[in-house]
Design a protein around this ligand. Structure first.
Ligand SMILES: *Cc1c(COP(=O)(O)O)cnc(C)c1O
Length: 501
């Protein structure tokens, strides 16, 4: 299977090139030329396999220049019971509330307690193998812009991986105290972490600019290095996410919640549009999905886009209690536009040019019609997020984090507005303990302790739920990284840390 760039069909690369490079030369994202299609018979074969078996089949169909052994090795190393707590890395919690059937797909049982682990535990394996195939012995320099969770998950995935070096940039005031502490205490000889004076979009734009700066790229090449990306623009991030939608559907069938072939809805708390896009790929491969419910916080640029067809990033940026969704430029939407235009690279390039030059674009009626057919968009502010956490806990005895609560709230809005009671898979994307302040505040009337770890302990005492071990252990670790820089200084910081100024 080959891959094109969303902005140029003339660009044709293999899977390993797409993963090693991360982003195409002209700034486009890599997309598969065609999708594998699974019949119901094939779905039932997947249902008979375990998570790792499902992952090997699905990833094997996309990574056609990997050997079966290379895929097995990567999958077996990534999804271990040791790292994810059980052989099924993402169990489902079922909630029936009135006529509503919600299946919360818990994607946060990995080492950093957020769903990013599902992709970032396997990406280093895919990336180092891709580098060997395409770039010989060059060292991969991974640059990451993070709104909090990607950074830690990428650091944890790449720490001390031979032939790689990783740098993470996060917005200085845009991540939770726990997220900051997770990154500041990161272990590993090949890692560095820098706060930038700006928001997530500034960090992401800064990283993209470095990736496409020919002068900097040449400096790296002269030193036998190559940039790569661990952000969800990398195909190697998206592909592992497709797997868990198939796996969840299989689990729902095996656990008697639906019959094979029944349609489900999928609701996803959305930021960069990677997670929900993976579900869209799954549907196009044969997974029976009726509707995608795209949930945003107060940064509701996607809600407006789905409802009006106009994407407009020129708006107020809110810092919310669901920081991993504080994003106004959702990178992966570009891939959706490519597929909704049946692969019209010129139209996609036009939209992206308008977005970067004018800050907005409007899609034509044909695209808008398709968008509405598959997607429903809604948003939820902080106040309602807290209310949702509180009600879920009181009524269903389920403790949700702030991001998951946004999805549950928007799903409720969807069900109320449409009356559609199709069983709905809701992506539960982080452990509530990563956002202890907001979650504790939602479930208790008592005054909150000052200290982050005191809040974590109070949350556990109040709810009788365990603190994830990797978060509990942070208390004892020493902070290693405390530098910050201006956005304009990012290129210099990168070269400096690589020692090639
Ligand atoms: C990254 C993240 C999201 C948003 O996912 P996208 O793939 O960027 O849309 C939602 N919730 C949590 C907890 C996250 O870490």
């Amino acid at each position: 299977m080959k891959y094109n760039s969303t902005r140029s069909k003339k660009t044709v690369v293999t899977a390993s090139q797409a993963i090693a490079q991360g982003i195409s030369e002209e700034g486009g994202l890599f997309v598969p030329q065609e999708l594998p299609k699974y019949s119901l018979e094939e779905l039932s074969l997947l249902a008979a396999a375990d998570y790792r078996g499902r992952a090997k089949k699905i990833m094997g169909d996309y990574l056609s220049d990997f050997t079966a052994d290379e895929i097995s090795e990567s999958v077996d190393a990534a999804y271990t019971a040791e790292k994810f707590g059980s052989d099924n890395p993402c169990p489902i919690s079922y909630i029936e509330s009135g006529d509503k059937k919600m299946s919360l797909l818990e994607l946060w049982h990995g080492p950093t307690s957020a769903f990013k682990d599902m992709a970032l535990q396997i990406l280093p394996h895919l990336l180092t193998k891709s580098m060997k195939k395409t770039a010989g012995d060059k060292k991969a320099v991974i640059l990451v812009a993070t709104s909090g969770d990607t950074g830690k998950a990428a650091l944890e995935g790449f720490k001390d991986v031979d032939g790689t070096s990783i740098m993470v940039f996060y917005p200085v005031d845009g991540v939770s105290p726990m997220q900051k502490r997770q990154m500041a205490t990161q272990k590993g000889e090949n890692v560095s972490v820098v706060a930038i004076k700006g928001n997530f979009d500034d960090a992401q734009t800064g990283v993209k600019k470095i990736f496409t700066n020919t002068e900097i790229k040449k400096k790296l090449a002269d030193n036998n290095m190559l940039f790569s990306s661990a952000n969800s623009i990398n195909w190697g991030r998206l592909l592992p996410q497709i797997v868990y939608y198939f796996s969840a559907y299989c689990d729902m069938v095996n656990e008697g919640k639906i019959n094979l072939g029944d349609k489900i809805n999928v609701a996803v708390p959305t930021g960069n549009f990677g997670n929900i896009l993976a579900a869209f790929y799954a549907m196009n491969m044969g997974l029976p999905v009726a509707k995608f419910i795209c949930a945003s916080n107060s940064n509701n640029v996607l809600t407006d886009f789905i409802r009006t067809g106009t994407y407009d990033r020129k708006r107020h940026f809110y810092t919310t209690i669901s920081p991993s969704m504080d994003i106004l430029v959702s990178s992966n939407l570009e891939r959706l536009l490519y597929h909704l235009t049946d692969g019209n690279d010129e139209r996609v390039a036009g939209f992206m040019k308008a977005l970067s030059e004018e800050g907005s674009y409007t899609v034509d009626a044909d695209i808008k019609a398709k968008l509405e057919k598959y997607f429903w968009g809604g948003c939820c502010d902080d106040e309602n997020t807290v209310k949702t956490i509180s009600e879920l806990y009181k009524n269903e005895n389920y403790l949700a984090d702030t991001h998951t609560a946004v999805a549950v709230n928007v799903y409720d809005q969807y069900a109320a507005e449409t009356g559609d009671l199709t069983p709905t898979l809701i992506a539960s994307t982080a452990s509530p303990y990563k956002f202890a302040k907001a979650v504790l505040g939602a479930v208790t009337d008592e005054a909150l302790p000052e200290d982050e770890f005191a809040m974590v302990d109070a949350l556990s005492a109040k709810t009788g739920t365990p603190v994830p071990a990797p978060l509990a252990s942070l208390k004892e670790l020493k902070e290693r990284f405390d530098t910050s820089c201006e956005v304009e200084e990012m290129p210099g910081v990168v070269l400096g840390s690589l020692g090639i100024v």
